[in-house]
Structures are given as structure tokens and as C-alpha cells.
Design a protein around this ligand. Structure first.
Ligand code: NAP
Length: 495
């Protein structure tokens, strides 16, 4: 789905939303439902969809059940599987754009290259590519935490003779059938794509740096009868969603308070791996050496089988360099390859992907030099009327991000409505409120499995803080964001 409004980009709007993934669309839908139509949706790509547009590698799917991976106000009784696959998620997002009349607000191929707060006008001046300018009173940055692929700089990479691409930039027109393919990484993306491409490639070499914990994925197709029941009885679907939410939510206690329980669960997970992998040497290579949950727990029913196929090899020796015809490991062995796939994750520094300048021209990048920090993951002192969706410390290791996104969307909507009611031109969070919120968060982090589990993960900053995850139950985040707490903000009236 592309825009139909490219020709009519206004020079001024009340609210600019940057990004059209789940979080940008959630805000846009809330605005429409509240009868507020003076907003634009800016999307740098030619089509909407965020993560679920970009990640279309073979096997791309969500490891949160479909019923929970949809907006609470827009249930979908037509999911075809318990766990949704990328095409269905993309179709769901496009359905939301259509149903809520967002196309008229949508501007695709509109990349924000700078946002600068105008102190006199108390509004945001946005520079877009193509020398376009847009002024907005409120800026909602909904650019996602996992949108910029990370490709490690490995010696010799530029001289590799064959195709090279990242899992989130899959080249559909590059045929891999029959070829020797090297995949680097064994994270959530790799374990989904490896079993798929293993079906067709001539030879697959998988380079693993850290073995992940993998549990079975209770996935299956949903029958036509089940879908009919969901269509006829929305309350049944709501109940299933509630049960699924609760079943996931209790795990937050293990991640954040009692990581010791996770060590007990490890034995069960290892039994699952042992039941699938007979070779003791391969088992040893696949056995994680950190506490379950320290890195994201992965779900798969076919990864272990895939890597035991005769034409698939798991390599755990560190990569030394890339040769034109393969990958050389530290032991001097050259692993021949015709194509290279980087399943190496994303740039996860939490930054906003365009320069943002607030009060006094202060760069957000400088304010965040020690690490990203916000109030309730949403507002930043010195950057009035800027609202971050999926901002610092809103990520999850145990439940659906859609729940966090909806919590934030309600908070932002209440902020917008409060400003309208009180005739406020701008609001800026009190630095002290932000500081004490983050002190509390980081104190909570200390005993979490992410800090104590003995792994190196993208959740953590180099200084040992965790600017990524919410260290508590998600219903507590919802409670804290249920109303816009103007008392923690400095405000300016419109006059
Ligand atoms: P990831 O989890 O960050 O995994 C990257 C993999 O690449 C890791 O195995 C990492 O090894 C390896 N790697 C990175 N740099 C390397 C290097 N220089 N040499 C060798 N190996 C290297 O990335 P991802 O799999 O794309 O997943 C990212 C996040 O996206 C996930 O954590 C999850 O939040 C999300 N995701 C979700 C789903 C879903 O189903 N909902 C699916 C896919 C992704 P180390 O472990 O040693 O760092």
C-alpha cells in the first residue's frame, strides 16, 4: 500500500507522525477516532508496514501469537495460524490503514532528515529529503527500535564475489537454489530463515558466535471452523487473548525478580534440544552458556533438524576474514560460499534515526551520549512536544509489544487532548521527573536476568545499564501511562 497524497504534502500540520509500523499507525488511528484529522503520516519507504514490511526473508514470522499481535480495538478473526507469518502481518497493517481512512494522511517516500524545535513558535520544523519542509506543533517519532540493519565490518567483505545481503533487506530476486550459502548469526531471524533456505540451497554454512536458547513453537494452522467461531463470537477471541496475555505476563516475574527460576527451566529446554540432536559434539556446540532469558528466548520446531541435514554445517570457530569465494575462520579453514546472508541483527543504540535539536539547539544525540533516556519511554526533557513511540525502556522480552504500543498511544493521546483542553501550545517534561523515573528503572534492572545472566546482548549499553527493556509487568506500564500527568511537565499557553 502506497500513499495517494504525495502531491499534496502540506507545509504545516498539527501533528506529524514519523513511521508507519504498528506504533505510528496506532497513534494515527487514535487521532482519527478522536475526530482529530490535522495530522500527517510520514514514511521514508514507498509503502507502509515498518518491521513487517522490511523483514520478508523466507520464514519471517512473529513469535508472539497472532491473537495478541493485533490491536485490542481491531481483532482479526481471520489469522490462518496460531503464530502469524509476515505476509499476514503486513496485510493486517494495510487493512488498518484502509479501514481507518489513513491513506489521505499518508506521505510515502518522505524521509525526515532533521527535526528542529522552534522556540519562538513552539513547534517543530522538519526537513525532509527532496528539500521539503514541514512545520508541526507535535512530533510523534514512531521509527521502531529494530529498523536499521547491522552489518559487521569484517575484513575482505567488500571483495566478496557473490551477492551479499542482510536478513531485513532480503533480495527476493537473488536465487539461492543449488548455491553454497553462508549465513552469519543465530538470532531470531536466522533460526527462522535457515530451515527455509536449507530446503533449496546446495550447501549451507551457518556461523554461530553464541548458541541461543531455543524452545518449541506451539504453532499450528487454525481451521476454518475455528476462524468461524472467532468471527461469530468476538468475546471468545477476547477471552483467548486475555489468557494468552496472562500466560506470558507472569514470566516477567522470572525475568525481573527471580532469575533463579529460569535456571531450573533450563534443564527442560536442554532436554528438548537433546531429544532433537543426537551427536554429542553438535549438542555441545548448541548448548548456551548463559542463563535462559538473558538474550531473547527463540521459538522453533525445525531449526535443529535443519542444521543436521547433510548439506548444512554449523561453524563455531570465529570468523577471521571474508575471501572473494568464502569465509575464512580463525583456524585458517576457508568455508566456500557463493552468497552471504547477514542475520546479524540491528543497530540497537536506541537513537532516533534523524538528528533532533531541542531547546537551545541541543542535539538529542548529545543529550543521549551516555545512553538513551526518556520519561515513561515517551518524552525527553528539553524536547517539548516530542513523543517517542517504543522509546527507551519500552521493549519486552516476554510479551507483546502491541500492548506497550497501545499504552503509549493512550498516553500521547491524553497529552494531545490535555493540551487542547487547557489551551497549551507546548509541554516539556520536568528533568527531575525524568531523572527519578530512570533511577528507579535502573535500580530495578540490577537483579534482572538481562543484567545477571552472563550474556552479552543488544539489550544492554556499554556502561552496564539497560536502556532497552521494561523491567516490570506490562500492566504496570499501562497503569503509569493511563493518564497524561501534566504535573510532571512544564507548559506554555498558546498566546
Ligand atoms: P539478533 O538477535 O541481534 O541476532 C544477531 C545474530 O548475529 C546473533 O547470533 C549474533 O551473535 C550474530 N552476530 C552479530 N554480529 C556478529 C559478528 N560480527 N560475527 C558473528 N556473529 C555475529 O538479530 P535478529 O535475529 O535479527 O533479531 C533481532 C531482534 O529482532 C530480536 O531480538 C527480536 O527482538 C526481533 N525479532 C523478532 C522476531 C519475532 O518473531 N517476533 C523475529 C526476528 C527478529 P551474538 O549472539 O554472539 O551477538
Amino acid at each position: 500500500m502506497t500513499d495517494n497524497a504525495a502531491a499534496s504534502m502540506p507545509s504545516r500540520t498539527d501533528i506529524a507522525i514519523v513511521g508507519t509500523g504498528y506504533s505510528g499507525l496506532c497513534i494515527a488511528i487514535h487521532l482519527k477516532r478522536a475526530g482529530l484529522h490535522d495530522f500527517v503520516l510520514l514514511e521514508q519507504a514507498p509503502t507502509v508496514g515498518g518491521t513487517w514490511r522490511d523483514n520478508h526473508y523466507p520464514g519471517a514470522a512473529c513469535d508472539i501469537a497472532s491473537n495478541l499481535y493485533s490491536f485490542s480495538f481491531e481483532p482479526n478473526p481471520n489469522w490462518t495460524r496460531v503464530y502469524p507469518q509476515q505476509p499476514e502481518l503486513k496485510a493486517y497493517v494495510e487493512h488498518c490503514v484502509e479501514k481507518y481512512g489513513l491513506t489521505a494522511h499518508l506521505h510515502c517516500n518522505a524521509r525526515v532528515v532533521e527535526a528542529r524545535f522552534d522556540e519562538a513558535a513552539r513547534s517543530w520544523d522538519l526537513a525532509l529529503d527532496g528539500a521539503r519542509q514541514l512545520t508541526a506543533r507535535v512530533l510523534v517519532s514512531a521509527t521502531g527500535g529494530l529498523s536499521r540493519p547491522s552489518v559487521p565490518s569484517i575484513e575482505g567483505l567488500s571483495a566478496f564475489a557473490g551477492p551479499v545481503f542482510h536478513s531485513a533487506r532480503w533480495q527476493d530476486d537473488t536465487a539461492l537454489a543449488g548455491r553454497r550459502v553462508a549465513v552469519i548469526g543465530t538470532g531470531a531471524s536466522a533460526i527462522q530463515l535457515v530451515p527455509e533456505i536449507a530446503r533449496e540451497v546446495g550447501q549451507l554454512t551457518l556461523f554461530q558466535r553464541t548458541p541461543p536458547w531455543i524452545i518449541p513453537k506451539p504453532d499450528r494452522a487454525l481451521s476454518a471452523a475455528e476462524r468461524r467461531r472467532l468471527r461469530r463470537h468476538p468475546s471468545w477471541q477476547r477471552m483467548l487473548r486475555g489468557i494468552d496475555y496472562a500466560m506470558r505476563e507472569y514470566r516477567a516475574a522470572f525475568f525481573t525478580r527471580w532469575p533463579g527460576v529460569l535456571k531450573v527451566a533450563q534443564a527442560r529446554v536442554l532436554r528438548h534440544m537433546h531429544g532433537q540432536v543426537a551427536d554429542p559434539a553438535l549438542r555441545a556446540q548448541l548448548t548456551p552458556r548463559y542463563v535462559l532469558g538473558c538474550k531473547r528466548i527463540l521459538l522453533s520446531n525445525d531449526f535443529y533438524q535443519a542444521i543436521q541435514r547433510p548439506h548444512v554445517r554449523l561453524v563455531t570457530e570465529p570468523i577471521a576474514r571474508i575471501a572473494p569465494d568464502g569465509i575464512e575462520t580463525a583456524d585458517g579453514v576457508l568455508h566456500p560460499a557463493d552468497a552471504l546472508v547477514f542475520a546479524t541483527g540491528f543497530q540497537t543504540d536506541g537513537r532516533v534515526p534523524y538528528p533532533v535539536f531541542g531547546f537551545g539547539g541541543a542535539a538529542l544525540a548529545d543529550a543521549w551520549a551516555p545512553g538513551p533516556q526518556a520519561y515513561l519511554g515517551t518524552t525527553v526533557a528539553g524536547y517539548p512536544n516530542l513523543f517517542l513511540m517504543t522509546g527507551p525502556n519500552t521493549g519486552l522480552g516476554h510479551n507483546s509489544m502491541i500492548y506497550m504500543i497501545e499504552s503509549q498511544a493512550r498516553y500521547v493521546m491524553d497529552a494531545i487532548q490535555t493540551m487542547r483542553r487547557a489551551g497549551l501550545r507546548a509541554v516539556n517534561v520536568d528533568p527531575e521527573a525524568q531523572r527519578s523515573f530512570n533511577t528507579e528503572l535502573q535500580a530495578r534492572m540490577r537483579r534482572t536476568v538481562w543484567a545477571t545472566g552472563g550474556c552479552r546482548s543488544w539489550y544492554m549499553a556499554p556502561d552496564g545499564s539497560n536502556p532497552t527493556l521494561w523491567p516490570d509487568f506490562t500492566f504496570r506500564f499501562r497503569r503509569r501511562t493511563r493518564r497524561f500527568d501534566l504535573e510532571h511537565y512544564r507548559s506554555w499557553t498558546a498566546s
